[in-house]
Every structure is written in C-alpha cells, then in structure tokens.
Write a protein that binds this ligand. Structure first.
Ligand code: FAD
Ligand code: NAD
Length: 467
C-alpha cells in the first residue's frame, strides 16, 4: 500500500494549492481527484470559463454599443456562439493542463478516482474504470468543494432548467433567460447573455441584488445592468418551475402576494451552492456536518479527527477560490508546525460584471449593526477623466473609515477594473492604513485608481478634489 505524509481529497483551488505547499515543505504528498482533469469547480466550470465568456461577450457588447462613438465603423457584426464556447474550452484546457504541470514539478502523486475514508488513515480510491486502490496517509485534507444548490420544488433537467455548468456550454444565444437568484452567478452569467442579445429577467427573493454586499453596490450595479436591458424582479418568491422540450415556465409571487408568470427558453437556477461530501465515507471516521451539510472544523481547520483537516467550499465561510487557496496554504503550514494566520475580514469579494463590483472589510450595514462610529467618503467615476476617456463612467467608490481613528474599515467599489483595484484596499487595510494615508499617496494620472484616492480624500474631512 502506498504511504504518504499527506493525502488531499479534491483538486480545486483549495486542494491543489495545499498540495503544492505541502510538497514545498518537504512532505510526500498525494492528491485524489474523481474527475479526469484537475482544478475543481473553479478551473473547469467556475471562475475561469465564466470569465472567458464575460470577456468575449463584453468585447461584442463594446463593438456593438461603443465602437461607433470611438470612430470605429464595423459591418456585419455577429455572434459565433460555437466559436465563443470553443475559445472558452481552450482557456480551460490550458489552465487545467497547467495544474498537471505543477503537480509533476512538485513531485505530487495524482490519483484519479473517487476518494472515500476506509479508516482514520486509509482512503480507498475508486476510478471510473479499473481497480480501486487503498492509500495510507498520516494527515488528510478534505477539499471536496461544492455543487449547485436548488430549491426543493425545482427539478434541474440540465436542458431547459439549468445550473451554471450548463449555462457555460450553450451553443445558441437564448431568446429569454429567466434567472432565479440575483447573486454572483446570476449577475455574471446574466450579463454574458444580455450582452449577446438575450432578454434576461432576474428573480430575486431579497429587496436588492447582491444582497450580502454593501447595499450601495447593489443599487449601482442594478442601474448599469438595467441599461443592458436586464429586468430585475425583486422580492419575488419563486414557487413553480416547469419545462417542456422548448420552453420553461416560472411562477412566482411578488411582494403583494400576486402571482407572476414568466415564459422563456432557459431557466438558470443560481440560488447558491452546497458543500459536497457525497460518498466520502465521513461516517467511517466520525466526522459530522452542520445543518447546511458543511464539514465542521475548529480555528485550525481541524475536524473532530485531529489529523484530518477540511478547507474551501466544503466548510463554512465565503465560497471563493482565493479563500480556499488561503486555507490550503494555512493547513499545509500548520501541518509543518508553522504559525500561519488568515484574516477572513480582508478576503475580497468580486463580481465580474461591467462595471465590476469589488469590496473588502465591513459593509455600511455591518458597521451600523455593530454600532461602530464611522464616516464615509464616495467618489463617482463620472468625475474621473480616465473613466471618461474609456467610456466607463458608471459606478462609485466608497471608503468607510473609523470616525475617531480614521482607520479604513471597508472599501466598496463599483466601476471599471474594480476587481484589480480592490487589491490596493486590501493592502491598505492589512497594514491598518487610515483614509488620510491613502489620500496622501500619489496615484498615477490618469488612472481609475485616482477614484480610490478621491474617495479617501472625501472620507478625510470631505476633501475630494474633483467633485
Ligand atoms: P472545488 O473547486 O469545488 O473542487 C473540489 C474538487 O473535489 C472537485 O474537482 C471534485 O471533483 C473533487 N471531489 C469531490 N469529492 C471527491 C471525492 N470524494 N474524491 C475525489 N475527488 C472529489 N470564486 C472566485 O473566487 N472567483 C470567481 O470568479 C468565481 N467564479 C465562479 C463562477 C462559477 C460559475 C462558479 C460555479 C463558481 C465560481 N467561484 C468563483 C467559486 C469557486 O469556484 C469556488 O469557491 C472554488 O472552486 C472552491 O474551491 P474548492 O477547492 O473548495 O472546491
Ligand atoms: P449567491 O449566494 O451569490 O446568490 C444566490 C442568490 O439567490 C441570493 O441573492 C439569494 O437571495 C437568492 N435566492 C435564494 N433563494 C431564492 C429564491 N427562492 N428565489 C429567488 N432568489 C433566491 O449564490 P450563487 O450566485 O449561486 O453563487 C454560488 C457561490 O459561488 C457563491 O457563494 C459565490 O461566492 C460563488 N461565486 C463567486 C463568484 C465570484 O467570486 N465572482 C462568481 C460566481 C460564483
């Protein structure tokens, strides 16, 4: 039987990063993956393919809506959906191929098959074809991720009633895509198809889209997405979804309790994801899951069995690739006897719509709830010369700082390249900068980042210069 210092079940961003860090720290490491390709949800059916389609569709949208204003004339512009999907697949292939290379480079054994606990130190790996094998490991990291969640009365048929996985593979632009859930997946994939010409209707249970983010961001993003033609039905409770071979029908109650019926050719169900532990044999090692099916861990990310750890989407916290990666590094370093640390408050959140939404730290709603005295400074992109030059004037940056100490407590951006710009706010908050610290730093002109400096100036005694 093969013996390892560490075995990792699942090769998503949590699992493969943990494997690399374990190998870097001198441990004999194996990684077990049930799918033929490595990289998990993120690389195969999540972050990477969705961003590939977001970029393709944004190019089309800009060509259609903005090029003529830039003085660029185009004839016969059309969408070639099979080619768009082919390019997306190539991006995924290159990316997952890169993980194979990294495993080889770090001398990590990759074992393909479904991993299941036989005993506290033994895992049986059953491939799709061929014989099962048992491996032994001193330490085990569970990184089995998540799967799309649904509502009890919805049967996902994967043809007309679909999840994000199928929505990333459509060969034709839908006529009318009905989206249940105005969270990250619904808005990113809704943007893709709205830009390509589909009618898109989003049904959201809460009174705002992206409701867990700062409320100003939901309002800003809704305003921009409405310009794209996306319809939002907020405070709608979906109660029935049915399909035929060509059509879906969705029934919901609006906030007054009146029934609304929608018909479309696709219904995308994006109401969250659930932890995935099926067939993992947790019962053989006494590991419990919580009420939402997530594996319970302590502050060291250890399960009740002290040599078995769990990371990423399968445990509590934000379901984000970079959160899973941080936890992968954390556990590897813990096993090696180091003293790693994760500041969960400073894990940024990004929505890759256009404008992008990005945030770090507390929202204004959380500060109110915690009774923390704060001040707020905002700067709109319409006042930015750089944004005018690129026709990206939608959105705003908001800086929340402590009323007394001026320490930055939260930064919320809706605007061009917010996904990349939020990194400056993360660094600032990691070093416990004040709003005035940012306001006194030179930001290259003309850049979108000047809007962050201006918002920091606004938070510092209302000193913004360009509004
Ligand atoms: P996963 O990536 O889910 O990987 C788990 C792996 O474990 C899978 O490969 C699975 O096959 C394997 N596995 C499960 N059980 C077993 C078993 N018993 N034996 C062997 N193998 C097993 N996050 C971001 O931060 N940014 C984004 O832009 C982003 N976009 C997304 C877009 C979409 C459409 C979706 C669906 C998700 C997106 N996410 C994004 C979320 C991100 O994909 C997840 O947070 C991340 O993949 C979690 O990583 P993980 O390692 O915990 O699990
Ligand atoms: P989500 O939690 O972001 O959004 C789900 C939305 O559905 C919420 O707004 C919720 O209020 C709504 N909802 C729930 N039940 C409903 C109902 N019955 N009727 C109408 N609306 C309902 O979940 P998601 O968009 O499915 O994404 C899943 C996970 O994947 C998220 O945790 C997210 O972090 C991750 N993800 C991240 C990114 C990114 O980082 N850019 C992109 C895609 C996915």
């Amino acid at each position: 039987m093969a013996k390892y210092d560490v075995a990792i079940i699942g090769s998503g961003p949590g699992g493969y990063v943990a494997a690399i860090r374990c190998a870097q720290l001198g441990m004999k490491t194996a990684i077990i993956e049930r799918y033929p390709t490595l990289g998990g949800t993120c690389l195969n059916v999540g972050c990477i393919p969705s961003k590939a389609l977001l970029d393709s569709s944004e190019h089309f949208h800009k060509a259609q809506e903005q090029f003529s204003e830039h003085g660029i004339k185009l004839k016969d512009l059309e969408v070639d959906m099979p080619q768009m999907i082919k390019r997306k697949r190539e991006v995924v292939e290159q990316t997952v191929g890169g993980i194979d290379f990294l495993m080889k480079k770090n001398k990590i054994d990759v074992i393909h098959g479904h991993g299941s606990f036989k005993s506290k130190n033994e895992i049986v790996v059953t491939p799709d074809k061929g014989e099962a094998q048992t491996i032994e490991a001193d330490k085990i990291i569970i990184a089995t991720g998540s799967k799309p969640a649904s509502l009890p009365f919805i049967k996902i048929d994967k043809k007309r009633i679909i999840t994000s996985t199928e929505a990333l593979e459509l060969q034709k632009v839908p006529k009318h895509m009905i989206i249940i859930g105005g969270g990250v997946i619904g808005l990113e994939l809704g943007s893709v198809y709205a830009r390509l010409g589909a009618e898109v209707t989003v049904l959201e249970y809460m009174d705002s889209i992206i409701p867990t983010m700062d409320r100003t961001m939901g309002k800003e993003l809704a305003r921009s997405m409405k310009k794209l033609g996306v319809k939002f039905l907020l405070q709608h409770k979906v109660k029935e979804v049915t399909s035929t071979s060509r059509q879906v029908t969705v029934k919901a109650d609006d906030k007054k309790g009146e029934e609304v019926t929608l018909k479309g050719d696709y219904c995308l169900v994006s109401v969250g994801r659930k932890a995935y532990t099926e067939g993992l044999g947790l019962e053989n090692v006494g590991i419990q899951t919580d009420e939402r099916g997530r594996i319970e861990v302590d502050e060291h990310l250890r399960t009740v069995a002290p040599h078995i750890y769990a990371i990423g989407d399968v445990i509590k916290g934000a379901m984000l690739a970079h959160k899973a990666e941080e936890e992968g590094m954390f556990v590897a370093e813990k096993i090696a006897g180091q003293k790693p640390h994760i500041n969960y408050l400073l894990i940024p959140n990004v929505v890759y719509t256009w404008p992008e939404v990005a945030s770090v730290g507390y929202t204004e709603e959380q500060l109110k709830e915690k009774d923390i005295d704060y001040k707020s400074g905002s700067f709109p992109f319409k006042a930015s010369g750089r944004a005018r030059a690129s026709m990206d004037t939608d959105g705003v940056i908001k800086v929340l700082a402590h009323k007394e100490t001026d320490e930055i407590l939260g930064v919320h951006m809706c605007g061009p390249r917010a996904a990349d710009m939020i990194a400056e706010a993360v660094v600032a908050m990691e070093f416990r900068a004040s709003a005035e610290d940012i306001a006194r730093m030179s930001h290259a002109h003309p850049t979108f980042t000047e809007a962050f400096k201006e918002a920091a100036l606004a938070a510092t005694d209302n000193r913004a210069l360009h509004v």
